[in-house]
Write a protein that binds this ligand. Structure first.
Ligand SMILES: Nc1ncnc2c1ncn2[C@@H]1O[C@H](COP(=O)(O)OP(=O)(O)O)[C@@H](O)[C@H]1O
Ligand SMILES: [Mg+2]
Length: 595
């Protein structure tokens, strides 16, 4: 439904006032006043009538009227003293005094709604990058919801991937298009009262609409319908929580009425955050409510952490799947930023052009997770490190506190056996073969398979393509975190075991000197220095053959370290190693000057 007057169009479907192509921003209440006056344009709308219609049961004085009328006149370009389009009829009320034409459909193509979102200003302190294809899809769903084809959107993804941020962009967009947003979240920790997320949603509804305003949608029977809801809207006390439990089967009926009524006045967006932590009652309420949304101007946005806790996962998974059966429910997996987007975000966060090598490294570490990127770049900024220092230190990184906690919790949830296996894997490296890790962790084959399934399901590890029973950590940061958690004695013990295992394998397959040498080196002085020296020299020779003189020099130096740890260092070994080191250094210099 639209009303046209002068150069203006009032669009009740999109909750917009347009002047030509331009959308004129209006506060929701001012919009409602305009709508009322336009709908009753043939006569004077009295002050009493306006107050009753627009502020029912609310303790407001008549003074709210001139405030809103003045805002409206400014928006319509009505100068002081002019009588059109809104005329003041002294002592009585107001009259909309220009001809109004009724139309049936919205004249604005959906595309121009989308462009509004793209133009949303970016927050300078907290820049946003990427995710455009997802936002584009969400905008389309929002447009549908605004035209009374209710939608449910479920955003899933790991911690820090950007679910809340994307939900916020969507709700900002919805607000810009005249919708009212009610939000609630499921807090962490035990002892959260039942239906908490819904309580929050209703409280936020009450803030924007007023308790009396909401009761109006429930009708006279509010108190009977759901005493819990009634009290919440009245003033609320803590006892209502217990009662909420008892009458929650009626609560859903009341909520349906509330949303049906409220969405007729203005589109409503419900933002339900972190539903993986919601109690069953909250999910049930959502599932009961869902089928009623189809023909309402309502958008429900849910965020859910991806399955990384197998105990709660099954029930959450079931709820999500049941909702997703509805044709107007869409699920999206939020994924990390691409390598290019990672670079863009780092440039914005650090306020300068970050070298490609560094942004690529941080991308590999984080898999483009914006939370982790922010933490790492803050760490780099706080340390005042130059980019080349950051690049040098990053491979042996000890992740910042927040990242560490998030990732450790993720691994802890998988249980003790998984922790043990993954810690051993972290010592092996970012990618690992299962047989090696199982051997090092001292675990039976069968139990290892179960643990791997759990770790794969929670995306702590991912399979390596084209290799049997080989995996890598989903983020290098998970590996870095687990590694930095191990005590140095434990680390050395594991490095030694890995080196022993790999060297046995190597005698069968004859390769991998560099890897074995590094594990022996890291196990020093616990490992036998003689063994370490042998492998470090072999690795150095391998590098020399590949003309990687820099690496060769590093291995020879490490071999010298190993020799010095021997109780009776052999003079011959020392001489030979020093000669080799001198040789590769010369070749390195020659190669450099040739370039
Ligand atoms: N696309 C993005 N561009 C820039 N920063 C982002 C982006 N997505 C998320 N962030 C930032 O990363 C952090 C984590 O995002 P958040 O939405 O809270 O993750 P989630 O809700 O999935 O745990 C926040 O500081 C957020 O502002
Ligand atoms: Mg979040």
């Amino acid at each position: 439904m639209t009303y046209a007057f002068g150069d203006f169009v009032l669009d009740l479907q999109l909750f917009q006032l347009r002047h030509g192509e331009q959308v004129v921003p209006l506060e929701p209440k001012v919009f409602d006043v305009l709508r009322y006056l336009v709908e009753h344009h043939e006569r004077v709308a009295t002050k009493r009538e306006l107050l009753d219609a627009l502020w029912p049961n609310e303790l407001v004085t008549e003074a709210v009227l001139p405030t809103n009328i003045n805002a409206l006149r400014r928006a319509l370009g009505q100068a002081r003293g002019e009588k059109t389009p809104i005329e003041t009829v002294h002592g009585r009320g107001y009259r909309f005094s220009v001809p109004v034409m009724r139309g049936n459909s919205s004249a604005v193509p959906a595309r121009s709604l989308g462009s509004l979102a793209a133009d949303l200003p970016d927050d300078e302190d907290d820049p946003f990058v990427g995710q455009q294809p997802l936002l584009e899809k969400l905008r389309k769903l929002l447009t549908r919801a605004l035209s009374e084809q209710g939608q449910i959107v479920i955003l899933r993804g790991e911690t820090g991937i950007g679910k809340s941020r994307i939900a916020r962009r969507l709700t900002d967009q919805a607000r810009a298009q005249g919708a009212d947003v009610w939000s609630g979240a499921c807090p962490e920790g035990l002892g959260t009262p039942p239906l908490w997320v819904w309580q929050e949603v209703l409280r936020s509804a009450k803030v924007s609409e007023g308790g009396a305003g909401l009761r109006r949608f429930l009708g006279q029977s509010a108190a009977e319908l759901s005493p819990w809801l009634y009290e919440l809207l009245e003033d609320g006390d803590d006892n209502m929580l217990a009662r909420g439990e008892r009458d929650r089967f009626r609560l859903y009926d009341a909520l349906v009425r509330l949303l049906t009524g409220a969405s007729k006045v203005r589109p409503r967006v419900l933002c339900l955050e972190d539903l993986h932590r919601a109690d069953d009652a909250s999910w049930q309420l959502l599932r009961l409510l869902a089928p009623h949304l189809e023909s309402l101007a309502v958008l429900v946005v849910c965020t859910v952490r991806s399955r990384d806790d197998l105990t709660t996962a099954t029930s959450v998974q079931r709820h999500v799947e049941d909702l997703a059966r509805l044709s107007f429910c869409s699920r999206f997996q939020v994924t990390g930023l691409s390598e290019v987007e990672t670079g863009q975000l780092l440039n914005k966060q650090l306020g300068r052009e970050v070298p490609h090598d560094l942004s690529r490294l941080l991308y590999q570490k984080t898999d483009g997770n914006p939370l982790f990127l922010r933490e790492l770049s803050e760490g780099i900024m706080a340390s005042g490190q130059s980019d080349s220092d950051a690049l040098r230190d990053a491979p042996g990184l000890s992740p910042p506190e927040l990242v560490r906690r998030v990732l450790l919790r993720r691994v802890e949830r998988l249980g003790e056996a998984a922790q043990q296996l993954l810690s051993a894997a972290a010592v092996v490296g970012n990618s690992f073969e299962l047989s090696c890790v199982a051997h090092v962790a001292g675990m039976e084959r069968e139990s290892v398979t179960d643990v791997v399934d759990v770790a794969l399901a929670s995306r702590v590890i991912v399979p390596l393509p084209d290799r049997v029973e080989s995996f890598r950590f989903a983020h290098e940061l998970i590996r870095d975190t687990l590694y930095s958690e191990l005590g140095s004695g434990e680390r050395k013990r594991l490095h030694q075991k890995i080196a022993d295992y790999l060297s046995q394998q190597s005698s069968l397959h004859g390769q991998g000197a560099k890897e074995i040498a590094l594990h022996y080196y890291r196990a020093l002085p616990e490992a036998s220095p003689g063994n370490a020296m042998t492998w470090l020299s072999r690795a150095a020779e391998e590098c020399e053959r590949e003309a990687a003189y820099d690496d060769a020099a590093r291995f020879y130096r490490s071999a010298l370290d190993a020799v010095r740890l021997m109780s009776e260092p052999s003079a011959t070994d020392l001489t030979l190693l020093n000669q080799s080191l001198e040789r590769v250094s010369q070749r390195q210099r020659a190669a450099e000057s040739a370039n």
